[in-house]
Design a protein. Structure first.
Length: 541
C-alpha cells in the first residue's frame, strides 16, 4: 500500500532539480550518537560530491528508509537539515501498527514527526514472520536507492534483514555504498562510487540551460490549454477541475516538446547536408576532370565538402549530441503528457505506477528523464474532488488518447506521402541517368566536345544525387514509421473505447496506466530506431 503526498506549489518549467535517492539501513541500537552524527554528515557530503550542482540545477536528496530507531532516524534527521531533502518511507507494517512497536512515547513521537514529513509511505507485503517482513522492507530500500548509507558494525548477520545481509545485497548489485563502522572510533568506508550520476546531471543541467523564445512556448501552452478546456466543457467537466493541471505541467511538457522539435529539425538538416555534400563532392571531381582539366586546384572544393561533413558528424552532432537531445526531450514531453491525465485520477493504481522503481538502470545516461518526470510529479495538484466519472472518462479518452490518434494518423499519412514523393523523384532521376548514359554510349555528341563532357558529368552526377535522395528517404524511416503508427492507432483506439466504457474510476485508472505504458514503450522503440539510424549515417564516413 502506498500513500503519496503532492508537494505544494507549481513546478518551475525551466529549472528541474537533480534528485538522488539515498537508502539507509543499519543497527537500531547505537551508541556514540554524537560521533556517528558527524560521520553521517561526512557521508552525506560525500554523496553530494558525486554530483555537481548549478544555479539552475540544484542537487536534492531523498532519504529512502524504514524510519526505524537508530540508523534510519539518525540519517533522516541529519539530512533534513538541508534544503530540499525529502523522505520516502518503506514500512514493514501499517503506520498505526508500526507506531505501537515503539517502546516509549518519545520514540512514537519521533516516528510520527518523520512520517508526517514523508512525501510517500509504502507498506511492504507481510511475510510469515516479522523479521522477514522487515527484511523485505530493507531489500526494497536497496532496490529504490541510488546510493546506500549503512551504519554497521562490520560483523556477519545472524537474522534476516540485518545490516550485513543488506550490505551484501547492495554489493552484489554494484550499488554505490558508504558504510559507517559503528564502533567507539567510527570510520567511513566507500565502495563502488561512480561518476554516472554526474553524466546524468550534465544532461539535465543542459536541458535546464536550453534557451527558448518563451513567447513561443507560452503560445503553445495557451493553444493546448484551450483545446483541453474545450474537450472538458464538451463532456461537462468543470473548468476549475482542469486548469490547475494545465498550470502545473503544460509549461514543462510543451517546453520539452518545442526543444524536441528544434533538435529534430537539426538532426534531419545535418543528415540531408551530409548526403547532398557527398554527392556534390562527386560532381565537383567530375566537373573539374571533364571541363577544367587544367585547373586541378578545383579539387580543393571536394575537400571542402568532405571537411564540412566531418565537421557536422564529429563536432556538431557528437559534441552537440543532437540526436540524443532530440530523443530525450521527446521522451520527457511524452511522459509529462501522460502524467497530466494520470494526475487527475487519484487512485492506488496510479500511485503505484507513478512511483514504481525503475532504478536497476540507475546509471543509464537517459535516466535523467525519469528523474525529471518524478520531480515534477511530486508537485502535482490534488485530483479533482468530485469530478463525475462519466465526464472524467470521456475527457481522458478524448483529450489524451483521441488527440494521440489524430496525431498518429497525421504522421502516418505524412510518412506515406513523403515516401511516395521520394520514390517518384528517385525513379525520375534514374530514368534521366539511363537516358544520359544511352546518349553518351551511342555517340550523340562527338568525344572531346563540351556536350560530351557534360553528358559524362551528368552520367556520374545524376546517380550520385539520386543515391543521396534515397539515403535521405532511408534516414526518415518512412515505411517503418508508417507501419508503426498504423499498429499504434489500433491499440490506442481500443484503449480509448475501453476507457469510455469504464464502470469505475479504479478501472479507468488501470486503463490509463496501461495507456501510459503502451505510449512510453512505443516512444522507446522509436528512440531506439532513431539512435541506430544515427550510427548508420556515421558509418558512411
Amino acid at each position: 500500500m502506498t500513500t503519496d503526498h503532492p508537494l505544494p506549489g507549481p513546478a518551475t518549467p525551466n529549472s528541474i532539480p537533480f534528485r538522488l535517492r539515498v537508502g539507509v539501513v543499519g543497527h537500531r541500537d547505537l551508541s556514540h550518537d554524537a560521533v556517528l552524527r558527524d560521520h553521517v554528515e561526512m557521508a552525506l557530503r560525500r554523496v553530494r560530491r558525486l554530483v555537481p550542482s548549478s544555479a539552475l540545477t540544484p542537487l536534492r536528496l531523498t532519504i529512502v528508509s524504514a524510519l526505524a530507531e537508530g540508523a534510519d532516524q539518525l540519517v533522516a534527521q541529519v539530512a533534513l537539515d538541508h534544503q530540499g531533502t525529502l523522505i520516502e518511507a518503506i514500512l514493514p507494517m501499517p503506520r498505526q501498527d508500526y507506531a505501537l512497536t515503539r517502546a516509549t512515547p518519545q520514540a512514537r513521537h519521533t516516528l510520527a514527526e518523520l512520517l508526517d514529513r514523508a512525501v510517500a509511505v509504502d507498506v511492504v507485503e507481510a511475510a510469515p514472520s516479522l523479521a522477514e517482513t522487515r527484511s523485505r522492507a530493507h531489500y526494497d530500500v536497496v532496490e529504490r536507492c541510488d546510493v546506500l548509507i549503512a551504519l554497521w558494525d562490520g560483523l556477519p548477520s545472524h537474522d534476516p534483514g540485518e545490516p550485513a545481509e543488506i550490505v551484501a545485497a547492495a554489493r552484489d548489485q554494484g550499488i554505490p555504498l558508504l558504510w559507517i563502522e559503528t564502533s567507539a572510533t567510527p570510520r567511513l568506508h566507500e565502495e563502488h562510487l561512480t561518476d554516472c550520476f554526474a553524466h546524468q546531471f550534465d544532461r539535465l543541467d543542459q536541458y535546464n540551460r536550453e534557451r527558448l523564445d518563451h513567447r513561443a512556448v507560452a503560445r503553445r501552452v495557451a493553444q493546448y490549454q484551450q483545446f483541453v478546456l474545450a474537450v472538458a466543457g464538451r463532456f461537462g467537466l468543470d473548468r476549475p477541475a482542469v486548469v490547475p493541471f494545465c498550470r502545473w505541467v503544460l509549461p514543462a511538457q510543451l517546453r520539452a516538446d518545442v526543444l524536441a522539435e528544434r533538435y529534430q529539425r537539426r538532426f534531419f538538416s545535418f543528415g540531408i547536408t551530409i548526403f547532398l555534400m557527398a554527392a556534390a563532392a562527386t560532381v565537383t571531381v567530375s566537373f573539374q576532370e571533364q571541363l577544367l582539366p587544367n585547373l586541378p586546384l578545383l579539387s580543393l572544393v571536394e575537400i571542402a565538402f568532405i571537411a564540412v561533413n566531418w565537421l557536422i558528424v564529429f563536432v556538431v552532432r557528437d559534441k552537440g549530441r543532437v540526436q540524443e537531445r532530440w530523443t530525450a526531450y521527446r521522451a520527457l514531453s511524452e511522459a509529462l503528457r501522460a502524467r497530466f491525465f494520470l494526475a487527475m485520477l487519484e487512485t492506488p493504481q496510479v500511485h503505484a505506477a507513478a512511483v514504481a522503481p525503475r532504478l536497476p538502470a540507475r546509471c543509464a545516461p537517459d535516466q535523467w528523464v525519469e528523474r525529471a518526470v518524478e520531480e515534477l510529479w511530486r508537485s502535482r495538484p490534488p485530483a479533482p474532488a468530485e469530478a463525475p466519472l462519466a465526464a472524467l472518462k470521456q475527457f481522458v479518452a478524448q483529450a489524451w488518447l483521441g488527440d494521440q490518434l489524430v496525431f498518429m494518423q497525421a504522421r502516418r499519412q505524412m510518412h506515406v506521402r513523403r515516401r511516395r514523393r521520394i520514390a517518384r523523384l528517385a525513379n525520375l532521376g534514374w530514368a534521366l541517368a539511363v537516358g544520359v548514359v544511352v546518349l553518351h554510349a551511342f555517340g550523340a555528341q562527338p568525344t572531346g566536345t563540351v556536350m560530351s563532357s557534360l553528358l559524362i558529368m551528368l552520367a556520374i552526377g545524376v546517380p550520385a544525387f539520386v543515391g543521396a535522395l534515397q539515403a535521405i528517404g532511408e534516414q526518415g524511416e518512412d515505411q517503418r514509421h508508417a507501419a508503426r503508427y498504423e499498429q499504434m492507432e489500433v491499440t490506442i483506439a481500443a484503449l480509448a473505447r475501453h476507457m469510455e466504457r469504464a464502470a469505475t474510476q479504479a478501472r479507468l485508472a488501470t486503463l490509463a496506466v496501461q495507456a501510459e505504458g503502451v505510449l512510453l514503450a512505443e516512444n522507446r522503440t522509436w528512440g531506439t530506431t532513431v539512435r541506430f539510424r544515427d550510427l548508420a549515417i556515421k558509418k558512411i564516413w
